[in-house]
Design a protein around this ligand. Structure first.
Ligand code: SGN
Ligand code: CA
Length: 498
């Protein structure tokens, strides 16, 4: 009798696991919301990512806690802010021994995998299968690392990651699975798939209205950053005018140098004539910045084209293999990115373009087609969301909120503000001063504590954050109130020190 009950129990567990939804977490690196056509003011067309919006929910107010790669990924895995999971800066090493949501899914009977960019230094834990890019990874003929060691693959990185993901799902589809397919694209230096090198050649993209921002009313941080198109962005490595590179330095070897002779020929055929035209024009000042912006944005969007194609391949594969009805697609990025706003590229700041990040979730049978959600959500919420999707209860020390009630449109009581904290400082890449702050639906208060400078934005009147109203007496009472709320958030998230 006892044995019979045990067998029955195991059978029940197994069948419960069988009914659990699969989860495909599709993730990109530095994907601005404006580079997805389902979001407002978009620059490009992403028909496949848009399918997720048509069939699922688009989060209009989706943000990160710390707008930088490794820290964002650590927040997602642990469901904890950077100061709690210990990974505050890209230079840190992730403590893989701590609890993460893939480990909990594994314990609940899921097969788990991570394929693509990882960027947390220590080896992945909590995954039945891992196959990752070393560090930032390469665009062409990329190296990978798995449990057996380092090896090389031929092809364009977004295609290779997609192939690997489909192959892994195909071999593991009998049990519920959760796979994190994490693209390198569209990370700097925005190296497109060879087939897209001439896409957008005849297009002139609109410039952001604040491409020539003079940072009036803003503090030292905005003035002293080193992430602007004018001075920081290189004509060689970033913008591919290799004719200007006399040294054939490390960047040459890093990306262009990885192409085969045949690939390089295709590259040169595309870029040489465009570069010649540019060099002949001898542009200076604003005209040069305008040209740089166009070259930058085109290469960035060409990289997105491969990401979009990858999403399309995954969705088609799920249809063909009859997995679509029981598979959740979760689409996000490690943060947003500046596409020329404030004259910038890169991320890090708490300003909108980099604190925002895309989030689209298609959950068959749950999300209504074309649904949108305007609540304030953060990457801190993803771990608890995926656990609840899988019917696994989240540990009480996770610091986010499951998005499941939002996905079910249950109109739950929700948070009114978000906490943000960027730790890398002026001595790190791009020289952005460390800061922290609070964002409510309408306002954003930022403290650049190393300069003891505060900035306040009224996002309703000033969505582009061009006017810091911290000194404006009309906002005095509001500011005091926001400072109190900020303190409360720090207390509730157990922030100690800066
Ligand atoms: C590299 C890039 C930076 C970028 C960081 C962090 N420089 O260092 O522009 O901010 O990565 O990016 S590059 O010359 O190597 O392209 S992150 O996405 O990994 O955080
Ligand atoms: Ca990134």
């Amino acid at each position: 009798m006892k044995i019979f009950l045990i067998i029955l129990f195991i059978l029940c567990l197994n069948s419960a696991a069988q009914n659990k939804p699969n989860i495909i977490f599709i993730f990109t690196d530095d994907h601005a919301q404006r580079a997805i056509s389902a979001y407002p003011d978009s620059l490009n067309k992403t028909p496949n990512i848009d399918r997720l919006a048509q069939e699922g929910m688009l989060f209009q107010n989706s943000f990160v806690t710390n707008s930088i790669c490794g820290p964002s990924r650590a927040v997602i895995l642990t469901g904890k802010h950077s100061h709690m999971n210990g990974f505050r800066k890209n230079d840190d090493k992730f403590d893989g021994g701590q609890r993460n949501f893939p480990k909990l899914l594994q314990a609940a009977g899921y097969q788990t995998a991570i394929i693509g960019k990882w960027h947390l230094k220590s080896n992945p834990q909590g995954f039945n299968h891992w196959d990752i890019l070393p560090g930032q990874g390469h665009y062409y003929n990329p190296d990978f690392i798995n449990a057996q060691g380092k090896y090389n693959e031929k092809g364009y990185v977004s295609d290779v990651i997609t192939d690997k993901t489909i192959n892994w799902i195909e071999a593991n589809k009998e049990k519920p699975f959760m796979v994190m397919m994490q693209h390198k694209a569209p990370h700097r230096e925005w190296m497109p798939n060879l087939k897209y090198l001439n896409k957008y050649d005849d297009v002139t993209f609109p410039e952001p209205t604040n491409l020539f921002d003079d940072y009036e009313t803003r503090g030292k941080a905005a003035r002293k950053q080193d992430m602007n198109i004018d001075k920081t962005m290189r004509l060689t490595g970033d913008l591919k005018v290799w004719e200007l590179d006399t040294k054939k330095g490390h960047l040459w070897k890093y990306n262009i140098g990885r192409m085969s002779a045949g690939e390089k020929k295709i590259w040169d055929a595309a870029y040489s004539p465009k570069n010649k035209k540019f060099l002949d024009a001898k542009l200076t000042d604003k005209e040069l910045i305008r040209w740089k912006y166009q070259r930058y944005i085109k290469d960035y969007l060409r990289c997105i084209d491969s990401v979009d194609e990858s999403v399309g391949r995954i969705l088609d594969y799920l249809q063909e293999s009859k997995l679509a009805d029981n598979t959740i697609i979760y689409y996000g990025s490690d943060q947003g990115f500046y596409l020329g706003e404030h004259g910038w590229f890169d991320k890090r700041f708490m300003y909108e373009e980099s604190m925002r990040t895309p989030l689209l979730i298609k959950w068959p049978g749950i999300t209504k087609p074309g649904a949108t959600c305007s609540k304030l959500v953060q990457n801190l919420d993803y771990a608890q969301t995926m656990l609840e999707m899988a019917g696994v209860s989240a540990p009480s020390d996770m610091q986010g909120k499951s998005l499941v009630p939002l996905l079910k449109e249950e109109n739950p009581a929700w948070r009114e503000s978000l906490y943000y904290h960027y730790y890398e400082g002026e001595h790190s890449w791009h020289k952005v001063a460390a800061h922290y702050g609070i964002r409510t639906e309408r306002y954003k208060l930022i403290h650049f504590h190393t300069h003891d400078e505060w900035e306040l934005y009224d996002l309703q009147n000033d969505p582009n954050e061009m006017s810091n109203v911290y000194q404006n007496p009309e906002y005095k009472e509001l500011t005091e109130n926001l400072k109190k709320q900020l303190k409360n958030l720090q207390k509730s998230y157990q922030v100690k020190g800066q």
